[in-house]
Design a binder for this molecule. Structure first.
Ligand SMILES: Nc1nc2c(c(=O)[nH]1)N[C@H]1C(S)=C(S)[C@@H](COP(=O)(O)OP(=O)(O)OC[C@H]3O[C@@H](n4cnc5c(=O)[nH]c(N)nc54)[C@H](O)[C@@H]3O)O[C@H]1N2
Ligand SMILES: Nc1nc2c(c(=O)[nH]1)N[C@H]1C(S)=C(S)[C@@H](COP(=O)(O)OP(=O)(O)OC[C@H]3O[C@@H](n4cnc5c(=O)[nH]c(N)nc54)[C@H](O)[C@@H]3O)O[C@H]1N2
Ligand code: SF4
Ligand SMILES: [Mo]
Length: 756
């Protein structure tokens, strides 16, 4: 923390704040944001800062706690709330420079909201929550979890770690599960998100992560984007891509919805949800059969080319058009554009991964990038845009995973396991634990009896939440650690108040593997505490002797056990403004771009694998004729715990909606704004209609942000990728009908976000 003493008096500060804020509007996703950030709002913020004496304010440079782009900025606080976010020195913000999106800039009302959890809660005898002291609550947790562990073994417990929390905290969540609880069933939201990317890339190239640095998005001369609503989910990356396109790069967008980034594309191709491996294989087939592939790269740096060549032959133009709806000309033009470019980046997000065959989709993409030689050079590579602010680091690198220790070290490897058993002074089973999606199924058979859920709103975000709710209700013991009494916390025996990223210090690792500092700008609200301190107290109550003085010390332990982070320390991250892994030792500069020389595989090569035909686990039929796909909007974040508490955001997107093609709506007798019943084989919800030809006639789209019409009542928890266990959130068969219900007042205001 530092004082803002470099500023010239309150008036000067206020003026600067306002100018900066206005300047930033240009950099917030164009179109939508400019409308929403009214001058009135900006003035209000400048005023609220100006009204205070500067010495009463604290400022800290930190990393955004919303998405994994990893924007950096200075946050200003008066000790009670966050007053403003302003650009930090440009050289200290490698990803965003002076840009931020609307969430990073204004999304802080949640921090000081009236319903923030400020004390622990325990259930009284009548079953209602009452406030409790930390000592009482922690004793209850130690007893509740301890009893299950002692009676049924540690394997009867599971822990869901939080990719909202820091690396250091996630390292401790993994350690707590194995050392204190004695279970390998520890997982996190990565399972619901990009675990198929991690599995697919690890299998082919070695690292389950983006190979590029963000700047590669600006120097590529071609970008293929699929399953990524970039302007809404990764706005600052979208700004960089759009700039590159303005400078002449080609942009190819394949998506079932004509999302905003498609307007900037050289080619937009509408695909049917769930058939991505088919059109990707078709591109590969065209490139191979027309000798457009990079022969030298294939010969020198890959294995498996012949297998891939044979496997793609079944994807003939006729078949591809029939299955995916993509005309052959569009396959040809995209394939030629990729083959003719010198440097191509392949970017994707959940449209590719959240499927019952997500890992295969990713392998198909990895094959395409490799045969065209687009890896390891400037402007080339693969870029899965990661999701939660710290899912790359906290959700993966730090090892709160059923099969890996930190740094993707396999728990089944005896030597590695011995290293951790010695360091953590405990016995660890070499048998993998349950993935998140499996935990809920295992609980049905009492294989899981107690859960410790940290910073995850599983009651809304899991697939098939009707079942997840039952499980949460029936567990012998549930402890939830969050900022709020979430829908998940409603089922808990004990709720522990954690604090948010503005109230603590540590590191996050963003989507391009950059480890960056998170610096505390205000004290934890009420009695809330950082996750690492809660875990430490609990571990000690459960018979351990943890004595970390701060998160820098935790990172030193990570460094000593994790080769990938072997040179990462708080001191270096501060001094060098971020470090990209792998960073093997104190002298290693970090690695901006992976695979320049070799792949991280035993033979040093990219090992390609043929991928055959795949389709969604549930395809539309007569009873459920439409494909439902689900996802995000710019102004909202996931289950809304943070963004629903921001008034400005709620004015803009007050409620849920379903995107329906006008023809489909007409056939069903539905008009714009009407309430619509949407049914799947799992359940039904009611949402207002938004008619748009952004989706095709066979597809409908519903966002994931609203509890009252929780879309995961419709999804299926058993349709998961066999390798990565990612749920098929992106395809469910549904039917729609007009609902006997009046639309809420504000439905008329709902606009198609992403449209200018
Ligand atoms: N505003 C906002 N930003 C966020 C988040 C948020 O909640 N709000 N969440 C963060 C997180 S955790 C994540 S993981 C990312 C997610 O980022 P995205 O994956 O970009 O977000 P989604 O809205 O799920 O969009 C997926 C895209 O895939 C398309 N799609 C759907 N089905 C298919 C298919 O079968 N094939 C293909 N090719 N495309 C398909 C959709 O039309 C949509 O454009 O966003 C992060 N950023
Ligand atoms: N149908 C459908 N479902 C989906 C998806 C989809 O595309 N479609 N996407 C999936 C994906 S990609 C994801 S990532 C998940 C997201 O699902 P969740 O991770 O469940 O969603 P969030 O609302 O972000 O929940 C994070 C919680 O952490 C709390 N929190 C914030 N900071 C901290 C902290 O520092 N410490 C603690 N202890 N708590 C904190 C917040 O208050 C919030 O309750 O949803 C998945 N579900
Ligand atoms: S793009 Fe992501 S990291 Fe950047 S300000 Fe927006 S939410 Fe935060
Ligand atoms: Mo995610």
């Amino acid at each position: 923390m530092s004082d803002s003493d470099d500023l010239d008096g309150v008036a000067g500060y206020m003026q600067q704040a306002k100018q900066q804020a206005l300047k930033n509007v240009e950099h917030v996703t164009e179109g939508v944001a400019a409308e929403s950030l009214s001058e009135g709002k900006l003035f209000e913020i400048a005023q609220s800062i100006g009204d205070r004496r500067l010495e009463e304010l604290t400022v800290a440079d930190t990393t955004c706690g919303y998405c994994a782009v990893g924007c950096r900025f200075d946050l200003y606080s008066d000790g009670e709330e966050i007053l403003a976010a302003r650009p930090t020195a440009e050289e200290d913000a490698p990803v965003n420079g002076i840009s931020t999106c609307v969430k990073g800039k204004f999304g802080y009302d949640f921090v000081n909201s009236d319903d923030r959890l400020t004390t622990p809660l325990v259930r009284d005898e009548a079953g209602a929550f009452r406030e409790a002291s930390w000592a009482e609550a922690l004793d209850r947790v130690a007893q509740g979890l301890g009893e299950i562990r002692d009676e049924h073994g540690g394997e009867a417990l599971s822990l869901i770690a939080s990719s909202k929390a820091t690396n250091e905290e996630n390292y401790l969540m993994g350690k707590f599960a194995r050392q204190v609880l004695g279970t390998n069933s520890v997982d996190n939201c990565n399972r619901l998100c990009h675990s198929s990317t991690v599995a697919g890339l690890a299998k082919t190239y070695g690292y389950g992560a983006a190979s590029i640095s963000t700047e590669d998005l600006e120097i590529a001369d071609c970008i293929l984007l699929t399953g990524s609503n970039t302007t809404e989910a990764h706005p600052v990356l979208a700004t960089r891509i759009k700039q590159n396109v303005r400078d002449g790069a080609n942009l190819l967008v394949f998506d079932p919805r004509e999302i905003q980034i498609a307007e900037y594309a050289t080619q937009y191709t509408q695909v049917k949800p769930g058939y991505d491996a088919v059109w990707i294989n078709a591109l590969t087939r065209y490139i191979i059969n027309n000798d457009l592939y990079d022969e030298t790269f294939v010969d020198e740096r890959t294995t498996g080319f012949e297998e891939v060549k044979a496997s793609v032959q079944e994807f003939t133009p006729e078949r591809v058009e029939e299955v995916t709806g993509v005309p052959h000309e569009e396959i040809v033009s995209a394939a030629e554009t990729i083959a003719e470019s010198d440097a191509c980046v392949f970017g994707w997000t959940l449209g590719l991964t959240e499927h019952s065959h997500g890992t295969e989709n990713v392998i198909a993409m990895a094959n395409l990038a490799a045969i065209t030689g687009n890896l390891g050079r400037p402007g080339t590579g693969v870029s899965p845009f990661r999701g939660q602010n710290n899912v790359q680091g906290g959700g993966g690198d730090m090892g709160p995973l059923p099969d890996n220790f930190p740094g993707y070290q396999d728990i089944a490897d005896d030597e590695i396991r011995a290293k951790f058993e010695e360091a953590w002074d405990c016995e660890i089973s070499g048998e993998y634990g349950y993935y998140t999606t499996q935990m809920f199924l295992a609980a049905d058979d009492d294989d899981i009896r107690g859960m410790y859920i940290i910073g995850e709103n599983a009651a809304l975000s899991e697939p098939g939440v009707n079942h997840a709710e039952e499980i949460l209700r029936d567990l012998d013991f549930l402890v939830v650690q969050d900022l709020f009494v979430t829908e998940t916390a409603e089922y808990a025996d004990v709720v522990l108040p954690a604090c948010s990223f503005v109230e603590k210090t540590g590191t996050f690792t963003n989507t391009d593997r950059t480890v960056q500092m998170v610096n505390k700008v205000m004290e934890p609200k009420g009695e809330s505490r950082p996750d690492w301190q809660i875990l430490q107290d609990l571990a000690n109550r459960m018979g351990r002797d943890w004595a970390y003085a701060d998160t820098a010390e935790i990172m030193r332990e990570v460094k000593s056990l994790t080769p990938l982070y072997g040179g990462v320390s708080h001191e270096r991250v501060r001094d060098e403004g971020g470090l990209q892994w792998p960073c093997w030792d104190d002298d290693h500069p970090g690695t901006p771009r992976l695979y320049a020389e070799e792949f991280n595989t035993e033979n040093g090569k990219a090992n390609l694998h043929g991928v055959g035909y795949s389709e969604p686990a549930e395809t539309p039929d007569e009873s459920y004729p439409l494909s439902l796909t689900t996802g995000r909007v710019l102004y909202q974040y996931h289950t809304g715990t943070m963004t629903h508490r921001e008034e400005g955001i709620m004015q803009y997107t007050p409620s849920d909606f379903i995107e329906i093609h006008p023809e489909t709506a007409e056939a069903a007798g539905i008009e714009s704004g009407d309430m619509v019943t949407v049914e799947s084989r799992r359940g039904e919800i009611v949402v207002p209609a938004q008619l748009t030809d952004r989706v095709g006639p066979d597809t409908v789209f519903i966002p994931i942000h609203f509890a009252e019409s929780a879309v995961n009542r419709l999804t299926n928890e058993e349709h998961i990728d066999p390798v990565a266990a990612t749920p098929e959130y992106k395809v469910s068969a549904v039917r729609i009908s007009p609902a006997e219900m009046a639309a809420p007042d504000h439905t008329g205001d709902i606009e198609a976000l992403g449209d200018d």
